[in-house]
Design a binder for this molecule. Structure first.
Ligand code: C2E
Ligand code: MG
Ligand code: MG
Ligand code: MG
Length: 281
């Protein structure tokens, strides 16, 4: 089932404009039902340390299998939620699943494993994400440092508009990661202004780097930048053993990708990752 989520995905941009508009309406209506009926899921993808064995994080990725259209790409889901006025409901739903995972990890003795949640700049601009997240952690007694917010820069103005909220999250002890680093408008100064703790190198620079001088050069540059600014660097999109070994030789501190582990539902995580760890201990 975890593999199916990556294939034959339904994507809005594959369709003509008219179809797209009608489909949007369907998605908005169906999404509000899905939220009420608990048809949405949050899956988690492991993030490992340099040794590719030590689990250091889990990234939460929303999943929705539409009854007719199949798996909906998360960005389309987020866009449909915005148009249906469901941005806050969706964020709260995902946050609840994220908090549940933090509790599961603590119960497993894995309280140092951080859970990362994606928030788009649009969501961040539209609703008081900082207040919602900080209040929820407080109510559940969960340590802010166990949570990370991943934010993607989509347009040049995005991050400036949400800077205050990112700083509030950071001041509360929640970690901030700049996602898809290298493909957007991310500037060196924005890294400081946003109080980012971490950069996630976009997978377009990572996948296949063992066979590409250009990609290796770029990844090395980002690793150097991370060292210089005291930022943790995560490579996303590690899809092969060759790429993994190359990244390890370069000293990339954190690694994520299909080769190391796919996004998976909580039940699979409990049956595999956590179960294996218990045996090893
Ligand atoms: P992202 O945050 O950069 O997440 C990584 C995406 O790359 C995920 O796709 C993941 O399944 C995929 N991926 C991980 N490892 C590999 C690999 O080795 N190779 C390849 N080809 N892909 C890999 P997904 O789940 O489809 O999510 C796409 C994007 O949608 C995410 O990119 C994120 O920006 C957004 N997204 C996902 N879940 C949420 C959410 O709950 N809220 C918000 N706001 N955005 C979300
Ligand atoms: Mg992400
Ligand atoms: Mg990314
Ligand atoms: Mg992405």
């Amino acid at each position: 089932a975890s593999k199916a989520a990556g294939r034959n995905r339904f994507r809005l941009f594959d369709m003509g404009l008219r179809d797209r508009l009608e489909m949007r309406w369907d998605l908005e209506r169906d999404l509000s039902h899905a939220l009420v009926e608990n048809a949405l899921e949050v899956w988690f993808q492991p993030i490992y340390a340099l040794d590719a064995r030590t689990l250091v994080g889990l990234e939460a990725l929303v999943r929705w299998q539409h009854p007719r259209l199949g798996w909906i790409a998360p960005p389309d889901l987020i866009a449909a939620a915005a148009m249906a006025g469901l941005t806050e409901s969706l964020l709260r739903f995902i946050l609840d699943q994220v908090c549940r995972m933090m509790q599961i990890l603590r119960a497993e003795g894995l309280g140092t494993v951080r859970v990362a949640m994606n928030v788009s700049p649009r969501e961040m601009a539209q609703i008081p994400v900082d207040e919602i997240v900080i209040a929820r952690l407080g109510a559940l007694g969960l340590p802010p440092a166990q949570l990370e917010i991943e934010i993607t820069e989509e347009t040049a103005l995005d991050l400036g508009a949400v800077q205050g909220k990112l700083q509030a999250l950071s001041r509360a002890g929640i970690r901030v990661a700049l996602d898809d680093f290298g493909i957007g408008y991310s500037s060196l100064s924005s890294l400081r202004q946003l109080r980012a703790d971490r950069i996630k190198i976009d997978r377009s620079f990572v996948t296949g780097l063992s066979a590409s001088d250009d990609k290796r050069g770029l990844v090395l540059a980002v690793l150097g930048l991370g060292n210089l600014l005291g930022l943790e660097v995560v490579a996303e999109g590690v899809e092969s053993q060759e790429d993994l070994q190359t990244l390890q030789a370069m000293g990339c501190p954190f690694l994520q990708g299909y080769h190391l582990g796919r996004p998976m539902p909580v039940s699979t995580l409990e049956a595999t990752l956590f179960a294996n760890r218990t045996q090893a201990a």
